[in-house]
Design a protein around this ligand. Structure first.
Ligand code: 5RP
Length: 252
C-alpha cells in the first residue's frame, strides 16, 4: 500500500496512530525548515537523518532550495546524497558549516546526546562540531533521564589492535555503573563491525548514571586505543522531538 506523505501525516487527525518512522519523518521535515539556499550542511546518518536528506534532495529538485553543499557523516549518507543529486564536499574544503541535521540514540534533559549506534560517531562528531547550528531530530522514545538511561549501548570507537584489552579497560573504568563492554558485531555473521574509518566499536552497557559526563568522556579519551566516544556533550543547539501529541522545538 502507498505510504502517506509527511504533509498528510502532519495534517492527520490525532486519533491516527503514528509509527516510530512517521515520527522520525515529522521531526526530520521540521528540521529541514531551518535550511536556507546557499548553506553548507552537515548531513547526518541513520533512519531519521535519512528522511531529512530525502527532503533536502526533493526541495533541491523542485528548485525550492539552491546552492546547497552537503558534508556527509558516513559513506552511507554519501551514497544517499549522491543519488539525490546533492552537491557534496568535505571538512578540508568547508571547515565551517552553517547547519547540521542528525538523529540521536539518546537525549538527556540538558540536550546531551548518545550517538553512534549506527556506527558513524567519529565523522558525526568531527562534522557536527564545526556547525554554527546543530539540529537534533528524534522521536520521543529517544528521551532519557540520564545518558545510558535507555539501557542501550554507549558506543566507543576503538582501534582494532588488542581490542579485548581496550574493552576490558573501558569496562573496568565504569565498573561502579555496572558496565558491560561488548564488541559490536555485524548482524548475521558475527564478525567485528568495522566503521567507515577501519575501526571497531565497543558498546558500553551501563546500569547506572555515570555522573559527570565530561569527566567520563575525558577519561575514555585518555585511554590509548580509543578513537572517540559517542557522548555529544553540549553540542546540540536545537532539539526537535516528534511525539504522538505533536512536534516540539527547543533551542539551547
Ligand atoms: C549514527 C547515529 C544515529 O544518528 C543514531 O543512531 C540514530 O539513528 P536513527 O535515526 O536510525 O534512530 O548516531 O551513528
Amino acid at each position: 500500500s502507498k505510504k502517506p506523505t509527511a504533509a498528510a501525516i502532519m495534517s492527520s487527525p490525532p486519533q491516527l496512530l503514528l509509527t516510530q518512522d512517521d515520527l522520525k519523518k515529522i521531526a526530520a521535515y521540521k528540521a529541514v525548515e531551518f535550511v536556507e539556499s546557499g548553506m553548507v550542511l552537515g548531513l547526518g546518518t541513520g533512519s531519521t537523518a535519512k528522511h531529512a536528506i530525502d527532503r533536502i534532495g526533493e526541495l533541491l529538485s523542485q528548485k525550492k532550495l539552491t546552492n546547497i553543499i552537503g558534508i556527509p557523516t558516513s559513506t552511507q549518507t554519501h551514497e544517499q546524497a549522491l543519488g539525490l543529486g546533492i552537491p557534496l564536499s568535505d571538512l578540508d574544503t568547508h571547515p565551517v558549516l552553517d547547519l547540521a541535521i542528525d538523529g540521536a540514540d539518546e537525549v538527556d534533559p540538558d540536550m546531551n546526546l548518545v550517538k553512534g549506534r549506527g556506527g558513524s560517531l567519529l565523522r558525526e562528531k568531527m562534522i557536527e562540531g564545526c556547525c554554527k547550528k546543530f539540529v537534533v531530530i528524534v522521536d520521543e522514545s529517544k528521551l532519557v533521564d540520564y545518558i545510558g538511561g535507555s539501557g542501550l549501548a554507549l558506543p566507543v570507537e576503538i582501534v582494532p589492535f588488542c581490542w579485548k584489552f581496550t574493552a576490558m579497560k573501558l569496562e573496568s573504568m565504569f565498573m561502579e555503573a555496572g558496565c558491560v563492554a561488548k564488541l559490536r558485531v555485524e548482524n548475521g555473521n558475527g564478525k567485528a563491525y568495522v566503521t567507515d574509518n577501519g575501526n571497531y566499536i565497543v558498546d558500553l552497557y551501563l546500569k547506572k548514571d555515570i555522573g559527570d559526563l565530561r569527566a567520563a568522556g575525558d577519561a575514555i579519551l585518555r585511554l590509548a586505543g580509543v578513537v572517540e566516544h559517542g557522548m555529544f556533550i553540549d553540542m546540540a543547539t536545537t532539539l526537535i522531538v516528534a511525539g504522538e501529541l505533536g512536534v516540539t522545538v527547543r533551542n539551547k
